[in-house]
Design a protein around this ligand. Structure first.
Ligand SMILES: O=C(O)C(=O)C[C@]1(C(=O)O)C=C[C@@H](O)C=C1
Length: 331
């Protein structure tokens, strides 16, 4: 893909690292945006062709700003996803020791991933939320900065010549964040045989069994769910939409049938795209990413680590079947 890309900036965010993994993006024009909705706005108004935004972290879960922004407003489409291993460092004004730090800034998702380390090592420090890890780090270069330390990637620390006070401070050392490349509605990528489909389904009305009916659309057709999240619509208390990732491509009959079924139950169901599932390297090899998909792909492959068969996707499927059985008994 050529053209102009936007991403959650400034330069040096994990989101930019995800964008640079996209073939051709390193040589393309890139516009940093101040936040996720700003990046998506640049696509909706035609300034940029595609935006890279974070959607999910293996430790902290869904990125609400992204889940909400793609669920409403002018329709958008997910073109592909990228996984980035997450490592954090603490940077601080030169000369400070951990005990001297009074205030620290970073992105809320990064702060949550370093919570235990921060409680143990800088318990006195107040937290000031930043719009991204890189924005927090760059802020330190300003003489009037209201904090004296930031949590960011080792790369931005090096690029900006910041003083690293502590390395590898994430509570989970092999954390991974999943990013999505989003555009205005576009041609669907061809099925690859290992694809994902993302859907947003508003809960149609507050009545018993509504969620069960939605889940049945997947379960009865053997469509596996790999992510399910509920988010408040913001309209009134108790009003929710569900965000789903399912295994498969809209070009597959069972996925298309499930989407049709969802439209019947919840007419405002949003199809957000079918795109290739990540091809991650085998788990526990140095520098690699562990995902449900990589675990599954390991089985029978010649990866460098051997793991017992762990079909996590099976668990979702099993859970769904159980829910449906229980539901069927009740109604
Ligand atoms: O602040 C950044 O560098 C980002 O790219 C955002 C973000 C996120 O939203 O989760 C990305 C990855 C890390 O998990 C922490 C922060």
């Amino acid at each position: 893909m050529s053209g102009t890309y936007t991403f959650l900036g400034p330069e040096g965010t994990f989101t930019e690292a995800a964008l640079l993994q996209v073939p051709g993006a390193a040589a393309a024009h890139r516009i940093p945006a101040a936040n996720v909705s700003g990046a998506l706005e640049l696509i909706r108004n035609g300034t940029a062709e595609a935006a890279m935004v974070p959607i999910e972290n293996s430790v902290e879960g869904g990125v609400s700003a992204t889940l909400d922004a793609i669920a409403t407003g002018d329709p958008l489409q997910i073109l592909r996803e990228e996984l980035v291993p997450i490592r954090f460092v603490l940077v601080a004004r030169p000369g400070l020791a951990l005990a001297d730090i009074e205030a620290v800034s970073t992105h809320t998702h990064a702060w949550a991933q370093c919570r235990r380390w921060s409680e143990a090592n800088i318990p006195q420090a107040a937290y000031l939320p930043g719009s991204s890890t890189a924005a927090a780090a760059v802020g330190l270069l300003d003489d009037n900065c209201p904090y004296d330390a930031a949590i960011c990637s080792p790369l931005v620390a090096e690029q900006r010549g910041l003083h690293v006070l502590a390395e590898d401070i994430g509570d989970i050392s092999d954390a991974v964040t999943r990013f999505i490349l989003v555009s205005r509605p576009n041609r669907l990528p061809e099925p690859t045989g290992s694809d994902k489909t993302t859907l947003v389904v508003p809960l149609p009305e507050d009545r018993p069994g509504a969620l069960m009916e939605i889940l049945e659309q997947f379960g009865t057709r053997g469509v596996n769910l790999s992510r399910i999240e509920s988010r408040p619509t913001g309209q009134f208390l108790g009003d929710y939409f569900f965000s789903f990732d399912v295994d498969g491509h809209l070009a597959e009959q069972r996925v298309a049938d499930a989407v049709r079924g969802l439209h019947r139950i919840s007419p405002d169901t949003r199809f957000l795209g079918s795109y290739p599932a990540p091809t991650a390297a085998p788990p526990r090899c140095p520098g690699t990413i562990r995902t449900k998909h990589s675990v599954r792909r390991m089985n029978g492959s010649s990866g460098c680590c051997s793991l017992p068969e762990t079909p996590l996707s099976f668990r979702w499927h099993h859970l769904l079947s159980k829910l449906i059985e229980v539901g069927a008994e009740q109604y």
